[in-house]
Design a protein around this ligand. Structure first.
Ligand SMILES: *Cc1c(COP(=O)(O)O)cnc(C)c1O
Length: 525
């Protein structure tokens, strides 16, 4: 019998055909068409007869001409190069890349929902308003807060809305507070949101246990601090045990406690953040509540607040009178509108369906399983990878490359090698407080067998680092695209087709791909 490890190696050695895929601009030929329709039975009109000449293009160089099957194959092949939760384990820490049940997508596609126009009169959209109203209530219940706005389109947008509300609150009282305390374990968005909301961000250090200490907060809290932003569990995957005491200190000096609730997948049904003294919290529906993300699709970052802050919520708010629901635009202290119409309704639908299908018990189980899976992963890997905070974690855990340093192997090498084995790498070099961080979030939707496959692969890679480190340094070697110059790709992206393919270079798995210009004119995509 072959062992699992031999199987993995075998699989890599006989990776099947990988077709090279020319750009669509390099395919096809003059006169090919992507459709075949019956002959015209109306009179043909020349473009120049109906379009002013200055708006007419003289020529369209390089425009691809392809048949239908060419186009279908091109895009189908490209889609197969992609990696997503639907084709494999995706332990990207802080992102909650869990599997999202397809039934929720189906619900979002129901015609009555998908085709409703945002300008439809409220009287004929009562079902929609009711659904949004109930979703707000569910989210308030889950977080232990009083009111919710569904308007923000993403987590960072929820943060910005929250900080604008805090600013409006102090203005309303004729008070000026300029500072927001943000711990070093925060998500980068916390720093930018506080700056965009015209506060000054003041950093605050986490302690040796990887969490915030009430003592530290006490020292930095003064009457210029409008709020503290705490991510709980934080980006080390640790529960902020002193949050209750921190909230007491902050409140005592007139500040607010903002909780970044993007990591709610660890807490549902277990902890109500409102009970810990949190005044406002945003949730990432596209992480915890069944909306796939990572490909740039819409998300939603609802914001839940305590009563004191309700008057400042963005308009419109949804109200219920008897059995009738309505949008109320008349909130004199509101921060105004922060999103076109009412937010990303499709995402709300999926979350609503997800919450109903899971039920209270189901949501609690989600969080319990998410935490159990992360602890299983942590426990099984800690003999191989350095674990800077060696105690139970919440929904994610953070390792480093310290054990591999002596072989001159770093986090990036480990992450790239995982690609050779068919896994999406974990989050790397984040959070910044951990040098060479490898941040893993398995989520609740991974089976034990799935986790074991990943764990055994990580162990294999740890052994390779010791015995054959070049395998890691050259990784990934079994995929179409080798190691890219990521800095250049981020700093100098070339997004425009230049029509040139100077060296006609086709990357294949025996020759390292050129750093950026994979196939001619397109740069980093
Ligand atoms: C993902 C995340 C955010 C940002 O959410 P977006 O929807 O990407 O704007 C903020 N904070 C934490 C802790 C996160 O994990």
């Amino acid at each position: 019998m072959t062992t699992h490890k031999e199987n993995i190696v075998k699989k890599i050695n006989d990776t099947g055909l990988i077709q090279d895929e020319p750009l669509i601009f390099e395919q096809g030929g003059e006169g090919r068409r992507g459709y075949s329709l019956p002959k015209w039975d109306v009179q043909k009109v020349e473009a120049k007869q109906v379009i002013p000449s200055h708006l007419l293009r003289k020529e369209l160089t390089g425009f691809p001409q392809l048949s239908e099957v060419d186009v279908v194959r091109h895009f189908t092949r490209l889609s197969q190069w992609n990696y997503g939760v639907d084709n494999g384990f995706y332990p990207l820490g802080s992102c909650t890349m869990k599997y999202n049940p397809k039934v929720n997508e189906e619900v979002a596609k129901i015609r009555g929902f998908a085709q409703v126009h945002p300008y439809s009169p409220q009287e004929i959209c009562q079902g929609i308003l009711k659904l949004m109203y109930e979703l707000e209530n569910y989210l308030a219940e889950i977080t232990g807060m009083d009111d919710v706005t569904l308007q923000p389109a993403a987590g960072a947008h929820g943060e910005l809305a929250g900080l604008m509300i805090i600013r409006a609150y102090f203005r309303d009282r004729g008070e000026r507070r300029s500072k927001i305390l943000v711990p070093d374990t925060a998500h980068g968005t916390n720093c930018s949101s506080s700056t965009v909301a015209s506060f000054r961000m003041v950093g605050i250090k986490s302690n040796e246990k990887g969490i915030l200490s009430a003592k530290q907060v006490d020292e930095q809290m003064d009457d210029q601090v409008a709020a503290i932003m705490v991510t709980n569990p934080n980006t080390l995957g640790l529960f902020e045990e002193e949050l209750g005491e921190i909230a007491r200190i902050v409140h005592q000096r007139g500040g607010f406690v903002y909780c970044d609730g993007a990591n709610l997948n660890a807490l549902m049904g277990i902890v109500k953040l409102g009970d810990l003294g949190v005044d406002m919290v945003h949730l990432n529906l596209h992480k915890t509540f069944s909306t796939p993300h990572g490909g740039g699709g819409p998300g939603a970052g609802p914001l839940a607040v305590k009563k004191e802050l309700t008057p400042f919520l963005p308009v419109p708010v949804i109200e219920k009178a008897g059995e009738t629901y309505r949008f109320n635009f008349d909130l004199p202290k509101s921060i105004g509108k922060i999103r076109a119409f009412y937010g990303n309704f499709g995402v709300m639908l999926k979350s609503y369906a997800y919450i109903l299908s899971m039920g209270a018990e189901g949501l609690k189980k989600v969080s319990e399983m998410a935490v159990l899976n992360a602890n299983y992963l942590m426990k099984r890997l800690k003999d191989y990878y350095h674990l800077p905070y060696d105690w139970p974690c919440m929904h994610e855990c953070v390792f480093t490359d310290r054990n591999q340093e002596k072989y001159h192997i770093n986090t990036l090498d480990i992450a790239k090698r995982l690609i050779d084995y068919g896994f999406h790498p974990p989050t790397v070099y984040f959070p910044l407080v951990v040098k060479g961080a490898l941040m893993m979030e398995p989520t609740e939707t991974e089976s034990k067998e799935g986790l074991d496959r990943f764990i055994e692969t990580m162990i294999t890679i740890a052994k390779e680092a010791e015995e054959n480190p070049d395998l890691l340094r050259e990784a990934p070697s079994r995929v179409k695209v080798r190691r890219l110059d990521e800095v250049l790709a981020a700093r100098k992206p070339k997004l425009r087709w230049t029509g040139k393919n100077p060296n006609n270079q086709i990357p294949n798995r025996n020759s390292p791909s050129p750093p950026l210009n994979l196939r001619g004119g397109w740069g980093a995509l």
